[in-house]
Design a protein around this ligand. Structure first.
Ligand code: F58
Length: 832
């Protein structure tokens, strides 16, 4: 079996040959050629960019695997506590550039392929994004595994190997059209299939009570359908360290015995159909962002991934022959949102049903192992599973949940004997019809720490959705860990020129490991020479984006205009509708101007990008409106270069790497209290752009760090939102007059058939306007005006950008990971 070892006597021989890692250009080229000729079975007469990308990747992959092996051996020997990060999404983007950078072979690879007649940039472009996520939550997981490796913590990610990542978006006639993202078409050099690591996972079936040898009545789960989870390992190299951690992704396969009976009896078709059904579990990523949809297949995905991961974790623990009481001293498991919450129940089931521990002892282990991160307060995003669906798929787990709930409610009843409502409010089971399992409550009850992802958000969960749980557990269980981003990808890779300029003042690239060193560039915010270099780099980055816009949209934009960017998933709470309304307002204003007045206008390019969930009608309407406005404005001769509107199709990680460094202003304008943190806000500022934003999520902490003179804030505060909504619902609050003009223009047919926008307009007028577009509109326009004015003073503008960047050190995901490690996971970095 794969666990057998080389006999001691032969190990010398093994070590003598070992594997070597290429150290210079020539050695790389040798590896490259070997991979073209052997791995790919091609030749020098038959090697295009794709083949060259694959061969170079294979050479780099070999290095990663050697480092991976060393790291895993070291971790096994040291036997320290490890963390497992369970996330249903890892939005990794491309791997090649990052692997070269982190492994320290970027220069030799670049010159190596150059000599052979290729351009490294062309090879990098061949790689499809690993787009196994929807947005912020998935990208956060990707930044976190990078940081866990870069800070030398022993930690693995566990996720699903979707065959189809987030759909590809095209714009046809102004509308979003989705097509499948078949990212695995040309083999994936960045994964190691481990066909030998195959774990059986069961669904459905029934539970049966019986009396065991000790005379105890126990429940067992049997009679269900089996599928197999196959491990695919993705090496995660740390930057400038020896650590290469693992991201283990599970793919579903039929079990080996799958319907052998049927197959044998000649019923091929139904046998094949059944086996295809097993494979559909990990086939596709659900494309919703901040929205819960209770589909059985989604719950199957969750349990499949959780069961395989826990089986793997427990198996690794059992190999150490430690007592169960050591479990949480050796293992921390972080739940990225409620999607893996069933892990709490699964571990309890393993310990009680399979390993024979007493309930209380098992529960102590479970709760000290798990931590839960919440990413939203939006009610429509909170997971609740209908009890009948849940009990049918996972009958034993439902029993265990009822037990957990019973013991929990007994405790609550003792604490609050007079508060009957309390029991109904905090019960894991919601008494609706049908009953629902509230996953967030289960996650809180089964974890020792619960955290939000930015200060405001962490305060809000304590005072709103989880208020009762603070009364029960006290405040210590609830904490904040503000999100972060990896500076390797989001500064150095995305913006190599800015990174180089910063390095020239810091003295080295050490800020990529300790981002607080950015502070060293602050004195140069007043240095004319530095300012000029900085401005040149921004211009270069804007030209790079302008070229992408020309290529994808056929629109010419001037790099001298203010680049105003809002790229993120399309959602009413993120308020792209407010942005496009203000663009229409700008258009109407310019159109009404005299030639003389126009001379004063700051030219702007308004750039949008982002996907709508396929079933989200309102978000799709917003996309259509943006594209219709773009059509009208861009060809209007009265407007010329004063205003351009661009929708960049298929926004993804690779496009973000081009877009972030090119913004002058980026917009993070969610209704106060709705965006838990946001992370692209951090990316844009780190790349030398300013923010136009609301007092929401991490915008607040960004303001504190960079100074309020370096950010354009507007809008109502979170504390006023409930009141404003109430006002609108029960009184006749007039709509903002500037917004009314915009609506009149849309309704007058300026942007095509007005009927298309009926429901969008209705959503912000009358007594609805749930996201307070009208209430914030005036303050938004005022802030826009200030942006126009301030952008005219180029020197001061750049100076503010430099100061902002210098103070972004806090937002490194390395800092976030250190906080998790110290205050939730209780783990230490692995020494050399
Ligand atoms: C995002 N959540 C938050 N969820 O909206 C954002 O403020 C935060 O910065 C980020 O998490 C990281 O903490 C988010 O992206 C999802 O996409 C879920 C996907 C699965 C269904 C439910 C929403």
């Amino acid at each position: 079996s794969f666990e057998a070892s080389i006999p001691a006597a032969s190990r010398d021989l093994w070590q003598q040959f070992g594997v070597t890692e290429f150290q210079d250009k020539e050695a790389f080229q040798k590896e490259f050629i070997r991979h073209v000729e052997t791995t790919l079975a091609r030749s020098m007469y038959n090697c295009d960019d794709l083949a060259a990308y694959l061969a170079a990747s294979q050479a780099i992959r070999d290095r990663l695997i050697v480092a991976w092996n060393k790291t895993q051996q070291k971790h096994t020997t040291k036997d320290q506590k490890r963390v497992y990060y369970l996330s249903l999404e890892f939005l990794m983007g491309r791997a090649m550039d990052n692997a070269m950078l982190n492994a320290g072979v970027k220069d030799i690879t670049k010159t190596g392929v150059d000599d052979l007649g290729f351009k490294i940039e062309d090879l990098l472009e061949q790689e499809p994004d690993a787009a196994l996520g929807n947005g912020g939550l998935g990208r956060l997981a990707a930044c976190f595994v990078d940081s866990i490796a870069s800070t030398n913590y022993p930690g693995w990610g566990y996720g699903l190997r979707y065959q189809y990542g987030i759909f590809k978006q095209r714009i046809v006639d102004g509308y979003q059209v989705e097509s499948p993202d078949y990212w695995l078409a040309f083999s994936n050099p960045w994964e190691i299939p481990r066909y030998e690591i195959a774990i059986d996972v069961m669904f459905y079936g029934y539970t049966r009570k019986y009396t065991n040898d000790q005379g105890k009545t126990v429940s067992i789960w049997e009679g269900g359908e089996q599928v197999q989870a196959i491990a695919y390992d993705v090496p995660v190299p740390g930057y400038d360290t020896e650590t290469t951690n693992n991201l283990r992704l599970w793919a579903s396969k039929p079990t080996r015995e799958f319907d052998f009976e049927k197959f044998n009896s000649g019923d091929y078709e139904s046998s094949v159909r059944e086996s295809q059904k097993a494979e559909t579990i990990s086939a596709v990523l659900y494309p919703n962002d901040n929205f819960y949809s209770g589909k059985e297949l989604r719950l199957k995905q969750q349990y499949f991934w959780v069961a395989a991961s826990l089986n793997d974790i427990v198996r690794r623990f059992k190999k150490t022959h430690r007592p169960w009481s050591d479990f949480s001293d050796q293992i921390a498991i972080q739940l990225n949102d409620t999607h893996p919450t069933i892990a709490i129940v699964e571990l309890q089931r393993i310990l009680v049903d399979m390993e024979g521990l007493e309930w209380d002892a098992a529960w102590e282990i479970v709760t000290s192992t798990f931590g839960y991160t919440n990413h939203t307060v939006l009610p429509e995003a909170l997971e609740k599973w209908p009890v009948p669906l849940f009990g049918n798929l996972l009958p034993r787990h439902l029993e265990i949940i009822y037990n957990i709930n019973l013991f929990f409610l007994q405790k609550v009843e003792k604490m609050f004997p007079k508060d009957r409502d309390m029991l109904a409010r905090v019960s894991i089971i919601e008494e609706s019809s049908p009953q629902q399992v509230r996953m967030a409550y289960l996650a809180i009850i089964g974890s020792h720490k619960v955290n939000g992802v930015a200060e405001l958000h962490s305060d809000l969960i304590k005072t709103t959705i989880f208020k009762d749980f603070v009364a029960i557990y006290g405040t210590d269980k609830f904490m904040n860990v503000t999100n972060g981003i990896t500076p390797r990808r989001w500064l150095h890779q995305a913006n190599p020129k800015l990174s180089e300029l910063i390095a020239s003042k810091v003295g080295s690239y050490s800020f990529l490991k300790d981002l607080t060193l950015l502070k060293k560039v602050e004195p140069f915010a007043k240095d004319p020479e530095f300012i000029e270099k900085w401005a040149d780099i921004k211009k270069f980055n804007k030209a790079r984006l302008a070229a992408l816009i020309k290529k994808n949209n056929g629109i010419d934009v001037s790099v001298d205009a203010l680049f105003d960017v809002q790229v993120k998933r399309i959602h009413e709470y993120k308020r792209q509708q407010m942005n496009i309304f203000s663009v229409i307002h700008r258009y109407l204003t310019i159109k009404a101007m005299s030639a003389e007045e126009k001379k004063d206008v700051t030219p702007r390019v308004c750039i949008f990008g982002g996907k709508s969930a396929p079933g989200y009608y309102m978000a799709k309407t917003i996309i259509k409106l943006i594209n219709s406005v773009s059509e009208v404005v861009n060809k209007d001769a009265d407007i010329g270069d004063l205003l351009k509107v661009v929708f960049i199709a298929d926004y993804n990680v690779s496009k973000a790497e081009i877009i972030c460094p090119a913004s002058d202003i980026s917009q993070h304008i969610s209704t106060a209290g709705t965006e838990a943190s946001g992370t692209s806000n951090m990316k844009f500022v780190l790349n030398g752009g300013l923010i136009l934003g609301t007092v929401d999520g991490a915008n607040i902490e960004i303001t504190r760090e960079i100074g309020e003179e370096n950010i354009f804030l507007f809008g109502h505060l979170a504390e006023s939102v409930d009141d404003l909504r109430h006002q609108r619902r029960f009184n006749d609050v007039p709509i903002n007059p500037d917004l009314q003009k915009v609506i009149d223009a849309i309704e007058g047919g300026m942007f095509g058939d007005k009927d298309i926008y009926g429901s969008l307009i209705y959503s912000v007028t009358g007594n609805r306007d749930y996201y307070l577009v009208s209430d914030d509109f005036q303050s938004y326009l005022d802030a826009q005006k200030l942006v126009d004015k301030d952008f005219k003073d180029k020197t001061t503008w750049v100076s503010r950008c430099i100061t902002a960047v210098a103070n972004m050190g806090f937002f490194s995901s390395d800092r976030a990971i250190n906080e998790y490690a110290e205050s939730i996971w209780n783990i230490e970095p692995v020494a050399k």
